[in-house]
Design a protein around this ligand. Structure first.
Ligand code: NAP
Ligand code: ZN
Length: 370
């Protein structure tokens, strides 16, 4: 019997100039803002200048916290929380890729709750987080429409996420022009991340009929832009296509979560400094092969939506896009497999997967152990 819940608690505005055209949304959020961003993306994309123009026009005061690193740490969001308190911010504006957007959600909680950042993972906050306006400058994480904030726990050498219905951004402005300044490697890595969200969500035990509609459309749209992604010549129409696809992927995982690709990918990021989307991409083909007998119809559908003849053809395209995974030593493989098997998200994989099976998958990912 069909049973599901579907809700996205973020108001989404998509299209050129959507911030300026919908500035009334900003005026509803509060009187003072903290802008949370990285060192480069907000300025390079043009988003900072647009939002500052709107804030100035509305007489809303703001401070800028531009210290968010790739894969934000607890230390950074703690500093952001202090900055928000100091600025007496009534709302937070996150500008950037997933890293600043995730940091903005954590800052919004810490600004109004006197807790250590480690307590974010309890998902239990006395005070409602400040509202967040999310402005993506990459087309990948979909963080602008998810409740999740993924943070690095340096003390554990691990990534972990928190999220509640209250941590969905209040509003998201998706202007494809802000993604035009992404370098080619960031464009590819983030597009592959979005594809991974759609594929993991589609095959997940937690998939729903509605999330499947979003996932299938996201996968189809990735296929539509694939040739230009490979060529590195990405016209505006594809930027729009990829940003839309990324948003769909976010809406998918907001309901389904991810599975073992993300759980394993975090290791490549933490221990090998591999960007998030690329790390996930290394695992995609072996993930499809491992799950094939358990989700044959959906995996055939995925290949068909991308106009691929086989998983091997897909694998060849992924190698062209992101190259080969780094070769790990036996101890590293055991360690990655053990932490992946222990992650909650891994339990959502359609086929039960053990640490031993993950070791085999990781060996195959790097071209050994066939
Ligand atoms: P990112 O780490 O936010 O950004 C990667 C790099 O690209 C940064 O150097 C950034 O510059 C630069 N950049 C971003 N936009 C740019 C633009 N328009 N022009 C020029 N440079 C630009 O990358 P991401 O892949 O979007 O985010 C990855 C993070 O999101 C990971 O921590 C991952 O775990 C998380 N994630 C979250 C969710 C979720 O649902 N919340 C889902 C998936 C992944 P700056 O240094 O200026 O920032
Ligand atoms: Zn991801």
């Amino acid at each position: 019997m069909m049973q599901f819940k579907f809700q996205i608690l973020t108001r989404v505005y998509f299209g050129e100039d959507c911030i300026v055209k919908n500035s009334n949304e900003i005026s509803r959020l509060g009187k003072r803002a903290l802008i949370v961003t990285g060192g480069r993306s907000a300025k390079a994309s043009g988003a900072l200048s647009d939002i500052c123009g709107v804030l100035d026009g509305l007489n809303i005061e703001y401070e800028i916290f531009d210290k968010v690193e790739n894969n934000p740490s607890l230390e950074t969001v703690k500093a952001g929380g202090i900055a928000a308190k100091k600025a007496d911010a009534g709302f937070v504006v996150g500008i950037g890729g997933g890293s600043p957007l995730d940091a903005a959600k954590a800052v919004a909680v810490l600004a109004v709750n006197d807790i250590a950042p480690e307590q974010l993972f309890s998902n239990d906050f006395k005070n409602k987080p400040l509202p967040v306006a999310a402005i993506p400058t990459t087309a990948g994480t979909g963080s602008e429409v998810t409740q999740y904030s993924v943070l690095v726990r340096r003390e554990l050498r691990a990534k972990a996420s928190f999220g509640t219905p209250e941590t969905f951004p209040a509003v998201a402005f998706l202007d494809p022009r802000y993604t035009q300044s992404m370098p080619q490697d960031v464009t590819v890595n983030t597009a592959v991340d979005a594809l991974t969200h759609c594929i993991e969500g589609y095959i997940s035990k937690r998939s729903t009929p509605v999330s499947d509609i979003f996932a299938r459309e996201g996968i189809r749209l990735f296929g539509r832009s694939l040739r230009r992604l490979k060529s590195g010549n990405i016209p505006c129409a594809d930027r729009e296509n990829l940003l839309y696809m990324s948003m769909l992927g976010g809406m998918v995982i907001a309901h389904t979560g991810t599975t073992f690709i993300h759980a394993a990918g975090y290791n490549y990021t933490i221990f090998k400094d591999i960007p998030h989307g690329r790390a996930n991409g290394y695992l995609l083909s072996e993930y499809l092969k491992f799950n094939y007998e358990f989700a044959k119809d959906k995996i055939d559908d995925i290949l068909c939506l991308m106009r691929m003849d086989s998983i091997d053809a897909f694998d060849a395209d992924m190698k062209t896009l992101i190259g080969s995974a780094p070769v790990l030593g036996d101890t590293e493989i055991s360690q990655y497999a053990a932490t992946t098997a222990a992650k909650k998200s891994t339990a959502s994989n359609i086929r039960p997967v053990s640490a031993e099976e993950l070791e085999v998958i990781l060996k195959r990912v790097q071209g050994s152990g066939r």
